[in-house]
Design a protein around this ligand. Sequence first.
Ligand code: PAF
Length: 288
Amino acid sequence: MRVYTTIKSLQKALDRLSEEHSIGFVPTMGALHKGHLSLVKSAKNSTDIVVVSIFVNPTQFDREEDLIKYPSTLKRDLELLESQNCDLVFTPSVKEIYASEIISKQFSFDGLDKVMEGEHRQGHFDGVGTIVKHLFEIVKPTLAFFGEKDFQQLQIIKKMVEKEKMPIKIIGIPIYREYDGLAMSSRNIRLSKEYRAAAPFIYKTLQEAKILFGTKNAVEVVEWVEKVFDTHPILDLEYFTIANEMTLLPIQKSNLADAKLVQKYRAFIAIFAGEIRLIDNIALHDPI
Ligand code: PAF
């Protein structure tokens, strides 16, 4: 496994390799866990050469504190990637990526960025678009892999690639969960014992909401979820939405009967466990 810190050196290595090999790319912000490793495994299974980037992207953080406290575990990350037979790792500095101006470009994602995470985290998706586009231009992958935990991000990256006409196939990989159902996230290690014990309630609620969605209308399901979090002793609900998987728009009550049959819906949730913000989602169309 080779580790590169400059764009020039990575591109020099990739120029030779990409003539004869397909390139799989997994962009990350480090603090790797089994969820990331499942993306690397998928990339290994479907491409010849796997590149992983580790870069904590400042422009996608709306809360300075989250950026400062973002876990940094580079030595362990590299060991984990080595154990997965990752081929190339890119660990650039902020200066290497942004030079002197740490700012986002503006994107139009056809409204996909106006709801949920986009509504609650100002500028977040312009920051994600900026870094992912830049990394795609550097790595020029054949396939790029993203986790479905950040389902809105996944759809936004697909939209960006389509609009920018980038010849890259975006692959979504199912959420990897802890033994008790909590979606794996680099933020989980920041949870106190008390919040970590409470956090599986998020996925448990999503599963119950999915069952309810079979018999109740979407408004009733949303009200039910809001009510259970109202009485939860320590977890604070930021939003719970049932939205169309493609448009990410909330389900319309008027076309509910048709919608349930024809469209694919997903329930999305964001909660605060103290200062730590956790997100999760569940497909409502798959069997339980
Ligand atoms: O999902 C992430 O870890 C980040 O948003 C990404 C895609 C690596 C961009 O910084």
